[in-house]
Every structure is written in C-alpha cells, then in structure tokens.
Design a binder for this molecule. Structure first.
Ligand code: DX5
Ligand code: ZN
Length: 218
C-alpha cells in the first residue's frame, strides 16, 4: 500500500518565528516538511537557502526534510543542500543540467532523488527518468509563490503517471486544500504539499487529520 503523506510548505510560515513554525508542522502529525528553494533565474522570486534547511534539521531532527529546488542549476548546490540536511532532493526537469547525472549523485549521497514537472511541461518527458527517481512532484501551480489556485488541467498527468508507476510516490504542490487534495488523490497522487492552506489554520493538527480523513487515510 502506498503511503499517504501530508507536507506543510514552510514558504507559508510566519518568518518571524520560523523555528516555532517548523515545530508546529512537526506537531501537526504531518509526514515531512517541504522547503521551497527559489532561484530568480528559474522562477520570479527568491526564498530560502541551505541555512533554513539546517535550521529545520536543528529544530526538528526527526522530521523528514523534503527540499524542492526551483533552480536553473541545481547541480551547483546539491552538495550544499545535502550537507545542510536535505533528505529528499527534488530537481526540475526544466533545469539546465544533466538530470541523469544529478539524480544519480543524489542517490549516491544517500538521499531520495525526485523529479519535478511544471504545469506546461508534457508528462511524457518524464519517461527517461522514471527508473531513477523515488518520487515525482507534479506542480499544480506555476512555481514561484504560494497561495495560487490549483490547476485542474494537471490532474491527467497524475493519472498517466500512476498507470505507469503503481508504486511511485506521486506528489502534488500548489493550491492544495480540502477539495483539491481529494481530486488529486482520486487521480492517483499519494503525497500532498500544502502551504497557505495548512499554515493558515489556527489548528494545523486538526487540518492534517481532516485531510487524511477526506482521502480515506485516517
Ligand atoms: C510554489 C511552491 C509551493 C508553495 C505552495 O512555488 O513550490 O511549495 O509553497 O503554496 P500553496 O500551498 O499556498 O499553493
Ligand atoms: Zn514546493
């Protein structure tokens, strides 16, 4: 049975209390922390660097760190993020590097390699990499900021992937809430990143439990 996972995205946290916000995510019963790293030559924004991944490791050592590299040259930074404590490293298929080499490097470093697909990128482009990753992240918004609307047109990509990879971890990122998570799960996703939805809750623990219940994973 594929494991259902809920991942709060730190991007939507209160930056004045980052350590508390990391603890809040861990205490919510979520499965991992999603950390968004943005390079302005790849997305129209900037966010965190390796020090924030190190903060997460220091603050919640046993809370898995799922690190999303929205970077044009992730190859130049893999080692820095690995040293900071990343445990899953997600690199974009749209990046400007040799993906086979970098996915292998991530695995050789003892970390979980994952590949990410933007909304406008055809899912068939993933075929050469499916044997080399533990996880595929299907972007359900255009990367670069939180709080956007879920793009329903991405759902068929999830179904396509699930048909080819019954055991693959398929994650969605962007616009997740109590309704869109149900639709993504029905299409075949088993891992769900939620930023503004979860961090916007007074009771994150109740919201995580509610999401699990809605997808039948109590
Ligand atoms: C978008 C990031 C997402 C973001 C999602 O560029 O990759 O992880 O935090 O935010 P929400 O859940 O608010 O759409
Ligand atoms: Zn993300």
């Amino acid at each position: 049975m594929r494991k259902i996972a809920i991942l709060p995205s730190l991007l939507a946290a209160d930056y004045g209390r980052l350590a508390d916000e990391i603890r809040r995510a861990e205490a919510s019963g979520a499965d991992a922390l999603h950390v968004d790293i943005m390079d302005p030559s790849f997305v129209p924004n900037l966010s965190f660097g390796p020090d924030i991944v190190a903060l997460a490791r220091r603050t919640a050592p046993n809370f898995h760190r799922n690190v999303h590299l929205m970077m044009r040259r992730p190859d130049l930074y893999l080692e820095a993020f690995a040293r900071a404590g990343a445990q899953t490293l997600q690199i974009h298929i749209e990046a400007d590097c040799d993906l086979h080499t970098e996915l292998r490097r991530i695995r050789a470093r003892g970390l979980r390699p994952a590949i990410v697909l933007n909304p406008e990128t055809p899912v068939e482009r993933l075929v050469p990499y499916l044997g080399e990753v533990d996880e595929v992240l299907v972007m359900t918004v255009h990367p670069g900021r939180g709080g956007q609307k879920f793009i329903d047109a991405c759902l068929p990509k999830i179904a396509w992937l699930r048909a080819r990879g019954p055991e693959l971890d398929i994650m969605i990122d962007g616009g997740a809430n109590a309704e869109t998570v149900v639709a993504a799960h029905a299409a075949g996703a088993n891992q769900f990143v939620a930023g503004s939805y979860l961090y916007g809750q007074a009771d994150m623990k109740a919201a995580v439990a509610d999401l699990r219940e809605r997808i039948g994973a109590k």
